[in-house]
Design a protein around this ligand. Structure first.
Ligand code: NAD
Length: 268
């Protein structure tokens, strides 16, 4: 018996097989959900369609989340295809590479607005468009990173956008609560994806991560997929407005342990 049997889920943000959204889609499929996928635009179609076909998904629609007409169009198509959507996954972020490579204070106005629009506002726009399709018991899940709470060098404007995204999760949870729709975020540890490749210093951080995190284990797409199944399922029926860390415990650490410091920096 799957935790998502009888539920329909629409997953935004599959770019390729490494995407966190794809890990979530696979976990949802394994737990019995009926699935639809949405991807950013035509350039990604040749990657996303074969993945969808592999899971027998027949709803695969482009949607650039900076375009209200495209959001409305995908919501209308989802209504015609599925009738209702129980679960909405937002796994989308973007910032200009230059803004992740220079100090935060040098972020351009255009770069700031772009990162905010794609990475934070898009959750609000999608939630609004899909609310009429979501029944009580519905769930919205987005993806965030600890750099929205604490300074993660190089994460820069994306960290500021994640702070806005996490705050949006709380305000949306408040707005949607009376309708029985829950809104939560997963704060994932580092996973090698297209988006992560744009973050300066990611490789080093990725390598250091298992040394520093209490569980000493890297984070996988499957780890995030399992947490998303839980948050989207009725097992999490009274959980809303939360940020759930899937990070091997990294967020509880204030400082690396002595062995790591000695090994990396020669400190005694
Ligand atoms: P990814 O590159 O596979 O996914 C990012 C997605 O955003 C892509 O599918 C891309 O097409 C989409 N996107 C960008 N601009 C868009 C637009 N205008 N319209 C529609 N879609 C657009 O990388 P990922 O790591 O799977 O990222 C998914 C989410 O997970 C992001 O929110 C990211 O910040 C978050 N996250 C990633 C990590 C990590 O280490 N990879 C850690 C924590 C959180």
């Amino acid at each position: 018996m799957g935790l998502l049997d009888g539920k329909t889920a629409l997953v935004f943000g599959v770019a390729n097989k490494r995407s966190i959204a794809w890990g979530i889609a696979q976990a949802f499929h394994a737990h019995g959900a009926r699935l639809g996928l949405s991807y950013a635009g035509p350039a990604l179609e040749r990657r996303v369609r074969p993945l969808a076909e592999g899971l027998g998904i027949d709803f695969v629609e482009p949607c650039d989340v900076t375009q209200d007409d495209q959001i409305e169009a995908v919501a209308a198509k989802a209504k015609a295809h599925f009738g209702q959507v129980d679960i909405l996954v937002h796994s989308i972020a973007f910032a200009d590479r230059e803004d992740l490579a220079r100090p935060y204070y040098q972020t351009s106005r255009r770069g700031f607005l772009l990162a905010m629009e794609v990475s934070a506002y898009s959750l609000v726009a999608l939630a609004r468009a899909f609310k009429p399709l979501m029944p009580p018991g519905g769930a919205i899940v987005t993806l965030t990173y600890y750099g929205g709470e604490k300074v993660a060098p190089g994460y820069n404007v994306m960290g500021v956008a994640k702070a806005a995204l996490e705050s949006s999760v709380r305000y949306l949870a408040y707005d949607f609560g009376p309708d029985g729709i829950r809104v939560n975020a997963i704060s994932a540890g580092p996973i090698r994806t297209l988006a992560a490749a744009g973050v300066s210093g990611f490789k080093t951080m990725y390598k250091m991560f298992p040394l520093l995190a209490p569980l000493k284990q890297p984070i996988t797409q499957e780890d995030v997929g399992h947490a998303a199944v839980f948050l989207a399922s009725d097992m999490a029926a009274k959980i809303t407005g939360q940020v759930l860390f899937v990070d091997s415990g990294m967020n509880i650490m204030a400082f690396p342990d002595k062995d790591t410091l000695t090994r990396e920096f020669g400190a005694g």
